[in-house]
Design a protein around this ligand. Structure first.
Ligand code: NI
Length: 183
């Protein structure tokens, strides 16, 4: 089932994610729905926060990027990351913040400890684009968005677009849920 993606402006995106265990209600279904939702929106990563569950869970599926990414269809639960390496700059976007693309600096390497969908423990190392996708989604699990990494000037420049998204004034070709209007 395709789930609506929560748009920027909803306070749920700002919650610190809770750790979960294998008894989390309908976990298998949630993960299946997240993969379906991600594919429908042509994304490369999706955090549970973005579909209304403020928990430490995100998925990646970067096969659209091409060769070398076919093994990157993964589920990360209760992840902890340690970053290293030089910072590098690349444009990012986010399914919760449609039509906003900005360059973000992030460390180039990381080590991640996490549980997969079967609650098996893993420790892995990533660099480059895969590390970046993990960093972006891991941020979501902590209530952080890629725009939080921008300079104050850049933040000012995108303010109008962000206000429009908050009000639902943006055209998207996937299902979204906008925050209820503030009184
Ligand atoms: Ni995102």
């Amino acid at each position: 089932m395709i789930l609506p993606i929560i748009a920027y402006g909803d306070p749920l995106l700002r919650k610190k994610g809770q750790q979960i265990n294998k008894d989390y209600p309908k976990l298998k279904q949630l993960i299946e729905n997240m993969f379906e939702t991600l594919a429908h929106a042509d994304g490369i990563g999706l955090a549970a926060h973005q579909v209304g569950h403020p928990i430490m869970l995100f998925i990646t599926d970067a096969s659209v990027i091409g060769e070398g990414f076919s093994d990157f269809r993964k589920v990360f639960i209760n992840a902890q990351i340690e970053e290293s390496g030089d910072e590098w700059d690349k444009e990012e976007g986010c399914l919760s913040i449609p039509k906003v693309y900005e360059h973000v600096k992030r460390p180039s390497k990381l080590r991640i400890k996490y549980y997969d969908e079967h609650f098996e423990y893993h420790e892995e190392e990533y660099e480059g684009m895969k590390a970046r996708i993990i960093q972006h989604e891991f941020d979501h699990n902590n209530g952080v968005l890629f725009i939080d990494h921008l300079t104050p000037l850049k933040k000012t420049l995108i303010k109008g677009k962000l206000n429009d998204i908050t009000k639902g004034k943006v055209d998207v070709d996937y299902k979204m849920r906008f925050a209820p209007p503030r009184r």
